[in-house]
Design a binder for this molecule. Structure first.
Ligand SMILES: [Zn+2]
Length: 509
């Protein structure tokens, strides 16, 4: 019976999560270890540590990367700008890996040429998606000394051993709680033996050198690091024995994050290294996961031809970060329609504020709507960063305000107190999207007339003016020529220069 209890405790320990001490953000966040929402407590509001697993730079980043990094960017913006947390963000770049070596052999380019090309492309893609760069970017090959020291200590403390091939392997049986991030279902006591069987999940922390592969010398043999160890060593070098938040796509939860956690717990002799793991959901198409291995994915640049960066961000906002997101024509259209409705809302609010639109505004209702929805928005953000709920809140504010804006009244002037109420609602909507990394004002300015449309319009206007001028010259009609001069002068004030060359006219910016 005693043995039975010990065994049960051992099984239960797989689910142990230690609630940290520090500053309670008021946010409740999903925790994959206890499989429920828990309070997000950071050690220090002025120094909150965040680590994101970065890409292996051997190919173009795809839409799955886009959804992960945009969703995490939104959460980081919320923490920084809404909850006023001083977030320190770190990301690794895996620039030595089997895939890079394979690509190098296939393409006859050196591994260095490959990683430099694809890393630059990755950051260009992130800029297109308006993803804020991490505060600190750590490339594996530039920090090999840190990784080697990390492995040396794991070998010394007998958590890692050398296998027959000369690689250094981490022994998962030397740590408690291995498997805590996995979706392990508590089984009943009749299956105890099955519960206690540890799968053979030992993994390489250092891969022994192979012919024609890049390698680094080390006291435990020449070779290169294993992927899981890179993140453990680099994140530990910055943040030490405890990290507030560690993030990545759900694909990384096992084995990558599980192994990161196991190594660091072993390295620091602790039972918890990361306090909060954040995982973003899969990107799906026709209910099938989009992935490189299934060959159904899109590069970020090809994706941006189908929907622009703001529409994609809108799609990410509409789907909870933990949920799978369906990339379909219908979903793109829904996001585009919503964005257009916000754009029209901003235009209508501005028309009312400037006195071009006269509407039946009930400011008491507007003001109480605003107070209620500011609170609701805060609650939604508190509830595991529920941006999908935030969008519903914004939609209800926009709909109720639109109802008033679209009810015309005959009036020479708008009541200025009503104007102030509309400004407050407009600010709320614009500021909320600003928080999520979207500038509705800019969207309106750019989207009202696309620059290509503007060029076309100016061509039409110039041609029309040219024809009127030819007519004026032929008939010696001074009034027509004066009208043409007036258009030229007005356009000059807008930065458009019209020049007449005999009977022909041209324009430039
Ligand atoms: Zn990682």
């Amino acid at each position: 019976m005693v043995l039975r209890n010990v065994i049960l405790n051992n099984v239960r320990r797989k689910h142990t999560w230690i609630k940290p001490e520090g500053y309670d953000t008021g946010i409740s966040v999903y925790n994959c270890i206890v499989k429920e929402k828990v309070p997000l407590i950071v050690k220090n509001k002025e120094f909150t540590s965040w680590y994101t697993c970065g890409p292996t730079v051997y190919d173009s980043a795809h839409i799955g990367h886009a959804s992960c990094y945009v969703k995490l960017d939104i959460i980081q913006r919320i923490l920084r700008n809404h909850f006023k947390i001083n977030l320190i963000t770190v990301m690794n770049i895996t620039d030595v890996d089997d895939k890079i070596i394979k690509k190098s052999l296939q393409s006859e380019k050196t591994p260095t040429e490959i990683v430099q090309h694809y890393e630059k492309e990755f950051w260009d893609d992130m800029e297109c998606l308006n993803v804020v760069k991490p505060n600190l970017i750590l490339r594996v090959t530039e920090n090999m000394h840190i990784i080697k020291d990390f492995i040396k200590r794991l070998v010394h403390s007998k958590h890692a051993y050398k296998d027959e091939g000369g690689s250094v392997v981490f022994n998962v049986k030397t740590v408690n709680d291995y498997g805590k991030l996995q979706n392990i279902v508590q089984r009943d006591s009749s299956n105890l033996e099955e519960n206690l069987q540890t799968p053979n999940t030992d993994f390489a922390v250092w891969k022994a050198v192979k012919e024609n592969e890049p390698y680094w010398d080390a006291v435990f043999g020449a070779g290169r690091p294993g992927w899981h160890t890179e993140c453990s060593a680099l994140a530990s070098a910055v943040y030490g024995d405890n990290i507030d938040i560690h993030a990545g796509g759900i694909d990384l939860r096992f084995p990558h994050h599980e192994n990161e956690e196991a190594q660091c717990c072993a390295y620091f002799s602790k039972s918890q290294w990361v306090n909060y793991w954040l995982h973003t959901g899969h990107l799906m198409q026709n209910s099938i996961k989009m992935s490189k291995s299934l060959n159904n994915t899109l590069t970020i640049q090809n994706m941006l031809k189908i929907c622009d960066a703001e529409t994609f961000r809108m799609m990410c906002l509409m789907s909870h970060y933990r949920h799978n997101m369906e990339f379909s024509e219908e979903y793109v259209k829904t996001a585009q329609t919503l964005l257009k409705s916000y754009k029209n809302f901003v235009v209508d609010c501005k028309a009312f504020i400037s006195g071009k639109l006269h509407s039946a505004i009930n400011r008491e209702i507007l003001n109480s709507n605003l107070t209620e929805n500011i609170n609701k928005l805060h609650m939604a953000l508190n509830n595991d960063f529920d941006t999908a709920a935030c969008i519903k809140i914004i939609n209800s504010v926009v709909a109720s305000t639109n109802k008033m804006l679209h009810t015309p009244v005959e009036s020479a002037n708008n009541n200025l107190t009503d104007v102030a109420s509309v400004i407050s609602i407009l600010n709320f909507v614009v500021n909320t999207f600003q928080l999520f990394g979207m500038d509705l004002n800019k969207t309106v300015a750019v989207n009202q007339i696309e620059s290509s449309d503007l060029t076309e319009l100016l061509e039409i206007l110039n041609k029309f003016r040219q024809n009127v001028r030819i007519l004026g010259l032929a008939n010696k009609d001074k009034s027509l020529l004066q009208l043409c001069d007036g258009v030229r002068d007005d356009l000059k004030k807008c930065g458009i220069i019209i020049k007449d060359h005999g009977k022909l006219s041209s324009w430039s910016k």
